[in-house]
Design a protein around this ligand. Structure first.
Ligand code: PLP
Length: 393
C-alpha cells in the first residue's frame, strides 16, 4: 500500500466516525464577529482573543511600524546575527508582568515549553506533571531525559507522594498549567508552591490561558492567588490575550534565562520571534496595563454567560477562568452541535478525542472582553434553541 493510501484509510475512518476536523476560512480579522467562507458573518465564541486585542488598531499599527523599522527579520538565529531592540523591550516587559528577573521569547509557547524542559531537566532530574497539562508541556517533558512522573489532575496528595519518592534527586520540577485549557479550571497554585518549598522542587507554570484573564489586572494565575514573585518559572503565549498572533516566552531568574540562551535548542537553531509580532504583543501588554477595565469586563460577562447557561439547563464545568466548557459526550455529537450552532450564526468548535478523553467531548466557550450585552443575549438564545433541538436540555 502507498503512504497516501495508508494515510487515507485513517482519514476515511475519521470521516465514518464523524470525528474529522474541518478548517474554517475567515476573510476578516479575528473579532467578536468574523466573516467565514461559504457561511457569512458569525459570532465567535471559540477564540483565545480574551481581551479583544487581536484586531485592536494600536496593536495593528505597532506591528506595521515595526515592519518599517526592522524589516522582515535578521534572517538568522539571535546569537549569530544579533537581536532587535524590540525583543529586549518585550522581554523586560514580560519579566515585569510576571514579577521575575528576566524573560526570553520564542516563536510560540509550544516552542518555549519544548525548548525549556529538555534544557533544564536531564537524566539526574525529575519532572512531575499534572495529567491534564497542555500537549506542549507533555511533549516538553517527553523530550527531556529526566525521570517523568504524572499525578492525577490537581491531586496534590498524589503529587506529594511522588515528591516524597524522589527526595534527593538533583533537580525536581512540578509542571502545571495555570488555567487548564480544556477544563477551564485553575491549578491549586499556593498549595503547589508550598509543596515545592517543602521538597526543594521548582514550579514550572504555563499561564497561556491565565495571562490577560486571571487576577484583577490580568497578570495571571499568580496574581489571582496573590502569589506573584513566588513561581520559579512561568511560560506563556503571545498568541492568545496578548495580541493573538503567535509567540511565546519563558520568564524566570536571570541565571535561568542566561542558561536558556546558551543551551535551549530553539534559541540556538531557530530564528527569533518576528519583530512585527514582538511589537504588536508589546502594545498589547501596554493596553492590558493601561486598561484593567477590559479584564473586569471579561470577568463580568463570563459570569453572565456561565449563569445564563446553567439557567437554561446546561451543565458547564465549574471554574473562574474565561473558558466555559459544556460536556456533551461523544466526539461526533460535539461536532454535530457545533455545526448546528454555526448554522444559527455562532462559531464554536466541538472538541473530542484525542484532544480530550473519549466520552468527554465538549463545546468550549471562550469569552472575549469586547462581546456586547446584545451578543451574549443572542448567544444564550441560540444555545437554548440548539440545545432543545438536540435534546441536550
Ligand atoms: C496551555 C497552553 N500552552 C501552550 C500553548 C501553545 O501556545 P502557542 O500557540 O503559542 O504555541 C497553548 C495553546 O493552545 C496552550 O493552551
Amino acid at each position: 500500500m502507498t503512504l497516501d493510501a495508508s494515510l487515507n484509510e485513517e482519514l476515511t475512518a475519521m470521516d465514518k466516525a464523524g470525528t474529522r476536523k474541518a478548517f474554517r476560512y475567515l476573510s476578516t480579522p479575528m473579532d467578536t464577529e468574523v466573516t467565514m467562507e461559504n457561511i457569512g458573518k458569525v459570532m465567535v465564541l471559540s477564540s483565545n482573543n480574551y481581551l479583544g486585542l487581536a484586531n485592536h488598531p494600536q496593536v495593528i499599527e505597532a506591528g506595521r511600524e515595526a515592519l518599517k523599522t526592522y524589516g522582515a527579520g535578521t534572517a538568522s538565529v539571535r546569537f549569530i546575527c544579533g537581536t532587535f531592540s524590540i525583543h529586549e523591550r518585550i522581554e523586560a516587559a514580560l519579566a515585569k508582568l510576571h514579577h521575575t528577573q528576566a524573560a526570553l521569547t520564542y516563536v510560540s509557547c509550544w516552542t518555549a515549553n519544548t525548548g525549556l524542559m529538555p534544557a533544564i531537566a536531564g537524566a539526574e532530574d525529575v519532572l512531575i506533571s499534572d495529567a491534564l497539562n497542555h500537549a506542549s508541556l507533555i511533549d516538553g517533558c517527553r523530550m527531556s531525559k529526566a525521570k517523568r512522573l504524572v499525578y492525577p489532575h490537581s491531586d496534590l496528595a498524589d503529587l506529594e507522594a511522588k515528591l516524597q519518592s524522589v527526595v534527593g534527586a538533583r533537580r525536581i520540577f512540578i509542571v502545571t498549567d495555570g488555567v487548564f485549557s480544556m477544563e477551564g479550571d485553575i491549578a491549586r497554585l499556593p498549595e503547589i508552591i508550598a509543596l515545592a518549598k517543602k521538597y526543594n522542587a521548582s514550579v514550572i507554570l504555563d499561564d497561556s490561558h491565565g495571562v490577560g484573564v486571571m487576577g484583577n489586572h490580568g497578570r495571571g494565575t499568580a496574581e489571582h492567588f496573590g502569589v506573584e514573585g513566588q513561581v520559579d518559572i512561568i511560560t506563556g503565549t503571545l498568541g492568545k490575550a496578548l495580541g493573538g498572533a503567535a509567540g511565546g516566552y519563558v520568564a524566570g531568574s536571570k541565571i535561568l534565562i542566561e542558561y536558556l540562551q546558551q543551551v535551549s535548542r530553539p534559541q540556538l537553531f531557530s530564528n527569533a520571534l518576528p519583530a512585527t509580532i514582538a511589537a504588536s504583543a508589546m502594545k498589547a501588554i501596554e493596553i492590558l496595563q493601561a486598561e484593567p477595565q477590559r479584564v473586569t469586563r471579561l470577568h463580568d460577562i463570563t459570569k453572565r454567560m456561565r449563569n445564563g447557561l446553567i439557567k437554561l439547563g446546561f451543565k458547564p464545568l465549574e471554574g473562574e477562568s474565561a473558558i466555559v466548557p459544556i460536556i456533551v459526550g461523544e466526539t461526533a455529537f460535539a461536532i454535530r452541535m457545533s455545526k448546528e450552532l454555526l448554522k444559527e450564526g455562532i462559531f464554536i468548535t466541538g472538541f473530542g478525542y484525542p484532544v480530550v478523553p473519549e466520552g468527554a467531548a465538549r463545546l468550549r466557550i471562550q469569552m472575549c472582553a469586547d462581546l456586547s450585552d446584545a451578543q451574549i443575549d443572542f448567544a444564550l438564545k441560540t444555545f437554548e434553541k440548539v440545545g432543545k433541538n438536540l435534546d441536550v436540555i
